[in-house]
Write a protein that binds this ligand. Structure first.
Ligand code: TRP
Length: 439
């Protein structure tokens, strides 16, 4: 069960394009099929609220992205595929992490700083039009990752800083409350090319130069016809270097196919013909998925059911983990023993001795686990002082004292002795470390 956990989120703020497919969807679907890998993919719709205030667009994008991933072969039985807003533990964890994250750290986050720099350059208030959502975005992302203790987070270079911040949050929380989080690592796919768009710049919604992944065949053909080329005439040799068309082809074609197109370029293939070659190659890969995509788009209820099943899987992890974290920070029911002045850095809840006098006038003590389980029960002592000394001996000598004091204790079996010895050892260790602090 020592599998590596991968997790990544996709902000539901747009329609997937070929660049998303090549850079993220295709490698993620492939990685999810690797044995020994446990994958978590989610629709980051809380993140979308930072950028978009059009409800219909958020809903539409959520459907389009989910349908695209499923159509591209993501198998929801093999991975955990869910919608962020179906997991209420994530915003709860966001608050816990908010309380261990330095404000200064967030001041230095790229996305926030870029807005501030822009405002400063424009001579307006540095925080003009900056929401607290944008400012807090790295914390929400930290919660996404730490909620599932992901080891590896496949992201683009622009996200590396956020993963580093998530590591810091994990460390600050662990430092205060004990080891709960695994520090995550960014996983940058060096081999995955960034795809140029229609105008030759990186394909990106912000440049308005994208080719939608599931554009209908005819539209795909038209869009590809619009890719920038130089003005060389048919028969003139063409440069592969710097050709957006060639680069896009390469992202879909085998090495052999790529070499064949390289030769055609050298032989002066007409741009129109090269575009046709590209169109047919892309369509060959996309067409079978397009049918599945269109089916999902026509039946959103199927996607909804899959996402809800994914959320159940995600929450089977998140709900008990959140309960552990709530207890760790001290959000606890008051039914269980309230630990007065317990050490702030205590990593384990400690057992404790209770001394008492019964109606018979005799003195007793017991050692109780934090949940109330009795680990040791004394027999009767005539003197409270002797009972106290016996407690002191157990506290000092631990397991050795349990053996030595058999006559004064109710019988305990081997498992019971082991549990009591472990509890005494934890208590001794906690006492030693608090002495050290006072010294
Ligand atoms: N912020 C990421 C992006 O813009 C999306 C995202 C949200 C994410 N939460 C995440 C990615 C957690 C990885 C892990 O691309």
């Amino acid at each position: 069960m020592s599998s590596v956990r991968f997790l990544t989120g996709i902000t539901t703020s747009g329609t997937p394009h070929l660049g998303n497919y090549v850079g993220s969807i295709r490698p993620a679907v492939r990685a999810s099929l690797t044995p020994g890998v446990e994958s978590f993919y989610f629709l980051a719709d809380y993140h979308a609220l930072i950028k978009i205030d059009e409800p219909a667009r958020i809903q539409r994008s959520t459907l389009e992205i989910a349908a695209s991933w499923l159509a591209a072969g993501l198998n929801p039985d093999k991975v955990t595929f869910y919608r962020q807003s179906d997991v209420p533990e994530i915003p709860e964890l966001t608050w816990f992490l908010t309380c261990v994250t330095g404000k200064g750290v967030l001041n230095r986050a790229h996305a926030y700083k870029a807005s501030v720099d822009k405002n400063t350059a424009a001579g307006v208030d540095p925080d003009a039009d900056v929401t607290a959502g944008l400012f807090m975005y790295p914390v929400l992302m930290g919660a996404d990752i730490l909620m599932f203790n992901a080891h590896k987070v496949p992201v683009g270079r622009d996200q590396i800083q956020h993963i580093e911040m998530a590591r810091d949050m994990a460390a600050s929380f662990n430092h205060r409350y004990g080891e709960h989080f695994v520090p995550p690592q960014a996983e940058i796919e060096e081999s995955v090319a960034t795809l140029p768009g229609l105008d030759g710049r990186k394909m990106s919604k912000s440049y308005d130069n994208t080719i939608p992944l599931f554009a209908p065949r005819e539209q795909l053909k038209k869009l590809i016809a619009g890719i920038v080329t130089d003005s060389r005439a048919p028969g003139e040799p063409k440069d592969t270097e710097g050709s957006a068309l060639f680069q896009i082809y390469q992202a879909f074609a085998s090495e052999q196919e790529t070499e064949a197109l390289r030769t055609s370029f050298a032989n002066g293939i007409a741009w129109g013909d090269a575009k046709n070659v590209l169109f047919e190659r892309i369509d060959r890969e996309i067409a079978p998925m397009r049918a599945a995509y269109e089916d999902y788009m026509a039946h959103p209820e199927k996607v909804e059911a899959l996402l809800l099943a994914g959320a159940r899987k995600a929450r089977a992890i998140a709900t008990p983990f959140m309960a552990e974290l709530r207890s760790a920070v001290g959000l606890r029911g008051l039914g269980s023993a309230v630990q007065a002045g317990a050490s702030k850095t205590a990593k384990v809840a400690l057992a404790s001795f209770k001394q008492y006098r019964e109606k018979d006038g005799q003195f007793y003590f017991k050692l109780a686990a934090p949940d109330g389980t009795v680990l040791l029960q004394s027999k009767a002592f005539e003197s409270g002082k002797v009972a106290g000394q016996t407690v002191a001996q157990l506290t000092r000598d631990g397991a050795a004292a349990i053996a030595a004091l058999q006559a004064q204790l109710e019988p305990v079996d081997a498992t019971g002795v082991a549990a009591a010895a472990a509890a005494l050892a934890d208590m001794a260790q906690a006492a030693a470390s608090s002495d050290k602090k006072q010294a």
